[in-house]
Ligand binder design. Sequence first.
Ligand code: AHR
Length: 561
Amino acid sequence: MAQKLAFRHLLAIQYRILRRSPFRRTSLCALQAGSPLVRSLLASLTLLTVAVAAPVAAAQKIQISVDVSKPGAKIDRNLFGQFAEHLGHGVYEGIWVGPDSKIPNTRGIRNDVVAALKAIKVPNVRWPGGCFADEYHWRKGIGPQRTVTLNPNWGGVIEPNTFGTTEFMDFLDQIGAEAYLSVNVGSGTPQEASEWLEYLTTAQPTTLAKERDANGHPAPYKVAFLGIGNESWDCGGNMTPDYYLSQLKIYSRFVRNFNPAQQDKQQMLKIAVGPGGGEPRWTEWTEAVMKAYQSHTWSWDMHGLSMHSYTVVKWPPSFASVGFGETEYAQILKSTLEMNDLVEKHSAIMDKYDPEKKVALVVDEWGGWYAPLPGSHPGFLAQQNSLRDAVLAALNLNIFARHADRVRMANIAQMINVLQAMILTDKDKMVLTPTYYAYKMYVPFQDATFAPVSFDAGTYTHGDITLPRVDAIAAKDKAGKLWLAITNVDPNQSAEIELTLAGINAKSAAGETLSAPRVDSVNTFDAPNAVAPKPISAKAQDGKLLLELAPKSVTVVAVKQ
Ligand code: AHR
């Protein structure tokens, strides 16, 4: 709670340290008109200014306390989920190059991408869309003969359907992730979706199971999550809440998972379409769906409510993904922090109808959405990924972790070559983005138990924007090790952190920190390591751990006892 309060006050202005500075008071008193000291003081004014600035910066220590005696919710590993839509080069070229490609691959799936994704322990991948899902017909993407169609949502390009169900499940198997299938409610039928699940999951020798066998997979697949529609209030069919609810009930009832291993504990979780913002239109949607859930009968159920929220500032997306300055850095981070209010607004509605928090809030599309890269196809949503995006990712992951009792799944958009990607590819080349590294550093938080953190964040101000200067979360992993993630939002000043760990005899802390010279520093195919984590360690002093965090940095450390 203390930590929550601290977060609520993040925007409170704190000038205390500056006001108290003796250097500042001295300099103002000395500058009286006619004073014989004035000339000599003026001569040394530049030096004095430097002297004033340095002690002020050094004085801005941030005290962070962690109380491990009051564990919070489990930070579900599914908060670190990914989203791969048939969009631009997200699937084709990003994942799939085909078995005949010169790019090293396993059954058509790029080996370099698989290795990189394994390292960040991707828990689940949402597929095949997005808007694409509501026009996807699974039968066109199975078997030896694929049907060539179009992708009207994303550039009207050819959709070869060479990456279909078998390839997706193979990809998941290669990276060790679970399936989050988004079924077609917009232009499909309950029967089509139900047959897809029978094809995927039945162990009995039905005609569809035999077809799966003939396509190379005799055993039933596991489908962990089922999304029933996508943005049904917009690209998914512009439905009213009532119309959507009628569809939800039918799909929930008839789209069954037959896998014998998923009839009890590993039950497939059904995720309903939820809000896309904070305006009344969205709160009314959440109200309607959750109210229906409260009085649902045995014949239908839902386990999650999806929420989509991109950091875009205004539509159409116009912020550059590279080649920007501090103003755009501050504007985007201010906008991304609105995720906190959005989560709390919809959680409060969910609490009314589901106080036991049985239904998860699933933020299955989020991330920075910027202007398309110059020269790229505008329908392909190609953008660069900078240090700003790593900071943005950390701030959002922290928000999700703080609300881990309700937010139990999230999927950043999108995994490769699209929007806020982990990975960028160009033919045989691959580069890992700053966002990728943030995800890699956060791996220890997967399924760890939240530990309350209290701190006074201080402020970072640029123009008329004031943001919390730092943000932090802590959690204990299954082995009992305590981890801290601390973000220094301030792009100009390092942050000196004093860590107090109640009930822990901390000897040191060590981990990795991610920063770079500029807010828009990026990794390119020519300079792939411009933004990469470096080792960092804390010193122990007087029962505290001292850490110095670089400006605009994301840091994750483990505490050694
Ligand atoms: O991620 C890109 C698109 O954004 C998705 O297809 C859609 O669901 C959302 O509007």
